[in-house]
Design a protein. Structure first.
Length: 321
């Protein structure tokens, strides 16, 4: 898949069959749309083109400027590439872009930029300043400029929209099973290992503190999780150095009267120094909620129970034997 971030340097697409959307999460609903895109492109021997926006449009013109995303741009690129799309075009979304009229959006952006053979959009897709553009307007201009407009079935669009909202809610409520079901994969995030207060090692459970690579990435609710943990090298090629299992804690550490929310990972059977390393954490399952414990001895006992619970989950899901 070719990724394009400069609209002025796009190639001449061959019978481009395109769709437009934020595709946050690239979940099962989105992948249904991408499958339809590939099927339509195959009919005309064309190239599939997905147009997405960065940052999330709701940060600029929506009612949730601090919206937390399910996928960063890098993660979105990775997931769409896995779907076998030919081209992904990342359009910078800013206030000026949001003020383009619906007519200028069609003529100056969609037609002159992409010269599409077919545009596939949802029945309720709106675009342009004040969201005045719709399917019927696009279809009208398609007759003028010579491109087809096809509609994504209402049930597919509604499922995709519902899924994005439900996934965010599920993750915030630590309902990992629902999130996995709707995403079609295990939720993951990337970050950097930073120095903590090293309290865990004093009770036999050393932890790696993680600082997220992107502050707008959604972090699941507080509690303890079973995870898979990958340490990448710093070559920029995302090569895997270590692939491990462990348990993760998200919370403010009430047992030591913590004041800030942290993400800490206890990696099983691993004692190397990885400060500064880039890591990817994949959440396998939810173990328990955060709790107030009476001192470090009680925390040590609880962590032993947590580790056994995590190991049982990982064995049940055939992640370890």
């Amino acid at each position: 898949m070719q990724v394009h971030k400069n609209l002025a340097a796009l190639p001449a697409f061959q019978h481009a069959v395109m769709t437009i959307g934020t595709f946050d999460g690239v979940h099962l609903g989105h992948r249904t749309i991408l499958q339809q895109l590939k099927e339509e492109a195959a009919k005309v021997n064309g190239e599939t083109v997905v147009v997405t926006f960065h940052p999330h449009p709701r940060k600029i013109v929506g009612d949730v400027p601090d919206i937390k995303v399910l996928t960063t741009l890098e993660e979105k690129i990775y997931l769409i590439k896995k779907e076998g799309i030919d081209h992904l075009v990342v359009v910078p979304f800013d206030e000026n872009f949001s003020k383009i009229s619906a007519e200028a959006y069609i003529k100056g952006f969609l037609f002159e930029t992409f010269r599409p053979h077919t545009i596939i959009i949802g029945y309720d897709h709106h675009f342009g300043h004040d969201r005045t553009g719709n399917f019927l307007l696009l279809e009208q201009y398609g007759k003028t400029f010579g491109f087809l407009v096809k509609e994504i079935p209402v049930q597919v669009i509604e499922a995709a929209a519902i899924s994005s909202t439900r996934i965010r809610k599920a993750l915030l409520q630590s309902d990992i099973a629902i999130a996995q079901h709707l995403l079609g994969y295990d939720y993951f995030f990337t970050g950097t290992i930073i120095t903590g207060d090293q309290l865990g090692r004093t009770i036999g459970y050393p932890t790696a503190n993680i600082q997220l690579s992107h502050t707008d990435k959604l972090v699941p609710g507080d509690g303890v999780y079973a995870i898979h943990f990958v340490v990448q090298d710093n070559s920029g090629r995302n090569n895997i150095v270590h692939s491990l299992n462990g348990m993760m804690y998200i919370g403010s550490r009430p047992v030591v009267n913590g004041k800030r929310r942290v993400i800490e990972v206890n990696i099983f059977d691993f004692n190397r120094n990885i400060y500064g390393a880039t890591v990817q954490v994949t959440i396998i399952d939810y173990i328990r909620s955060d709790m107030q414990l009476n001192g470090l001895a009680a925390l040590q006992q609880q962590l032993a129970l947590d580790k056994q619970a995590v190991l049982q989950v990982l064995q049940h899901k055939n992640i370890i034997t």
